[in-house]
Write a protein that binds this ligand. Structure first.
Ligand SMILES: Nc1nc2c(ncn2[C@@H]2O[C@H](COP(=O)(O)OP(=O)(O)OP(=O)(O)O)[C@@H](O)[C@H]2O)c(=O)[nH]1
Ligand SMILES: [Mg+2]
Length: 423
C-alpha cells in the first residue's frame, strides 16, 4: 500500500503525478500496489508523521487490501518508522529506503554495489534498535527482552568499521578515475546529467551508435558509461552518461555516488537532459539543478537538452522556445526516436568544441621540457620546428591552457588565437 502526504501548496495535478512516480518506483522495486492513500497535512506529526486518526483509518485499508507493506512517500525518522510499524502491524518503508532498495537491485558493477552498500549501512545505523525489535518479535517468546545494549553496541561498531572500509574503497576508485581523466585531458568531454528516465542513455546510444541499457523504468543506469562520439566534420568528443536524479533523492545516495558524478562535473560541457514531454518537466529541471548545486557542480559550459521533442506539437515547441529564452543557458531540442533528431545536438556540440580550442603559433625555449610536455598533453601539436635554442610550434590548445602557458618562462605566443576545429 502506498501512502503519499503532499505538503501545503502542492496542486492536485502535482500530487497526482508525484503519486504516479511513487507507483513506478514501487513497480521498479518489484512490489505490487494494492491500494494508495493520499493525505494532505499541514505539518508532520511527531509520532506517526500522519495524525493518530489517520493511522486508525490506515489500519482498515491495510486489512481490506491485504497489504503486507506500507510505502511512505516521505522520509521518516527512525522513531516515526518504529511507531508506525507498531501502530499498523505491517512493515513500513520510507521513500529513502525504497530508492536505496531499487539501487541495490540495479547495481551491477563492483563500484555501484559498494556505493549502494555504503548508503544502506548509513541508513541502517540509526535504525538498528528497530531492526532488533523485528528479530525479537519473530522469536516471539513471552518476556523475551531485546538484545542487551552490549549486542547493539557491538553491531554498531561492526557497521561503523564496515562504513569506513567502504569509504576507503570508494576513495581508491575515485583516485583511479582521476588518473584516467588526466590521461584524456586533450579530448573534449561532455557529461550528460538529468532526471531519471529523461533519455540520457538513449542520447549517448544515438550519438555513439553503440548499445546501452535503456529502459522505460526508473534508474536504468547506475554506472557512468563513457563513449567516443564522432560528431562529423572531423570533430570528436568523449561523452559520459550518468545515474539519473529524482525528487527527494536520498542524501546518502547523493554522497555515495558523488565520485562517479565527478566525471560529469569535470567535463568541458555539461548537458542537462530534460524530458520535455513530461508534464512536470520544469519541476524535474529544478530538482536536478538542486542536486547539482548540492554537489557543488561548477561546469565550464552548460547546455540544456530538451529531449523527447518528438512528443511535442510544433505549437508547443514554439511556445517552449520562448520560455527557454528566459533560461540562462543555451538549449537545444532533441529526439532519439526521430531520424535526424540528434542533428541539432551534434551541431551544438561541434560549436562548443570550436569555442574551446584555439590554434596558435608559439615559441618555447628548448630547455623548457615541462612546458613542451604540457602542450603535448593538453592539446595537439600540428607542426614543430627546432630553431637553435627555440622550438617553434603550431598547436591546437584549449583556451584555458593558453592563459596558463602565457605565464610560463620564455614562452611567446606569436599569433592571436584563431578559433578552429580539431582535425
Ligand atoms: N518518445 C521518446 N522516447 C524517448 C526518447 N528518448 C528516450 N526515450 C525513452 O525514454 C525511456 C528512458 O530512456 P533512457 O535512455 O533509459 O533514460 P535515462 O535518462 O538514461 O534513464 P535512467 O538511466 O533511468 O536515469 C526509454 O523508454 C526510451 O525509449 C525520445 O527522444 N522520444
Ligand atoms: Mg540511463
Amino acid at each position: 500500500m502506498l501512502l503519499s502526504v503532499p505538503g501545503p501548496g502542492t496542486s492536485r495535478e502535482q500530487a497526482r503525478d508525484h503519486l504516479g512516480e511513487l507507483v513506478s518506483l514501487t513497480d521498479t522495486a518489484g512490489a505490487l500496489v494494492v491500494a494508495t492513500v493520499e493525505q494532505q497535512i499541514r505539518s508532520p506529526h511527531s509520532a506517526y508523521y500522519i495524525g493518530t486518526g489517520k493511522a486508525e483509518e490506515l489500519r482498515s485499508v491495510i486489512a481490506d487490501s491485504d497489504a503486507s507493506l506500507v510505502i511512505f512517500d516521505e522520509d521518516l525518522t527512525p522513531v516515526q518508522g518504529q511507531k508506525l510499524e507498531q501502530a499498523l502491524g505491517v512493515r513500513v518503508m520510507d521513500r529513502t529506503e525504497l530508492i536505496i532498495d531499487i539501487f541495490a537491485l540495479r547495481a551491477r558493477t563492483a563500484e555501484a554495489k559498494t556505493q549502494v552498500e555504503l548508503a544502506q549501512l548509513q541508513y541502517l545505523m540509526p535504525r538498528l534498535t528497530r531492526m532488533w525489535n523485528h528479530l525479537s518479535r519473530i522469536r516471539g517468546g513471552i518476556g523475551l527482552r531485546g538484545p542487551g545494549e552490549t549486542q547493539l553496541e557491538t553491531d554498531r561498531r561492526t557497521i561503523r568499521r564496515k562504513i569506513r572500509d567502504l569509504k576507503r574503497r570508494l576513495e581508491k576508485v575515485a583516485r583511479q578515475r582521476e588518473t584516467e581523466r588526466k590521461g584524456r585531458a586533450g579530448e573534449f568531454r561532455v557529461g550528460l546529467v538529468g532526471y531519471t528516465n529523461a533519455g540520457k542513455s538513449s542520447i549517448l546510444a544515438g550519438l555513439s551508435g553503440t548499445d546501452l541499457f535503456i529502459e522505460d523504468r526508473l534508474f536504468a543506469t547506475l554506472d557512468p558509461a563513457t563513449r567516443a562520439v564522432d560528431l562529423g566534420e572531423g570533430f570528436q568528443a568523449l561523452v559520459t552518461d550518468t545515474v539519473g536524479f529524482i525528487r527527494k533523492l536520498p542524501h546518502h545516495l547523493v554522497a555515495s555516488f558523488g565520485a562517479t558524478l565527478e566525471e560529469a562535473n569535470e567535463a568541458d560541457l555539461l548537458c542537462h537532459v530534460v524530458d520535455v514531454s513530461h508534464r512536470l518537466w520544469e519541476e524535474q529541471y529544478e530538482v536536478v539543478e538542486g542536486v547539482l548545486a548540492d554537489l557543488n557542480f561548477n561546469p565550464k559550459r552548460r547546455l540544456i537538452v530538451f529531449n523527447k521533442a518528438d512528443r511535442l506539437t510544433h505549437a508547443e515547441e514554439a511556445a517552449l522556445e520562448q520560455r527557454a529564452a528566459a533560461l540562462l543557458d543555451a538549449h537545444v531540442f532533441a529526439s532519439t526516436v526521430e531520424s535526424g533528431g540528434l542533428e541539432r545536438l551534434r551541431t551544438k556540440l561541434r560549436e562548443a568544441i570550436r569555442e574551446r580550442w584555439s590554434i596558435v603559433a608559439l615559441t618555447v625555449p628548448a630547455i623548457e621540457g615541462g612546458v613542451l610536455a604540457e602542450i603535448y598533453r593538453e592539446g595537439e601539436v600540428v607542426s614543430r620546428e627546432e630553431r637553435g635554442a627555440l622550438i617553434q610550434l603550431t598547436a591546437r590548445l584549449p583556451v584555458e591552457a593558453l592563459g596558463r602557458l602565457k605565464a610560463r618562462n620564455g614562452v611567446v605566443i606569436l599569433e592571436a588565437p584563431v578559433a578552429t576545429r580539431t582535425a
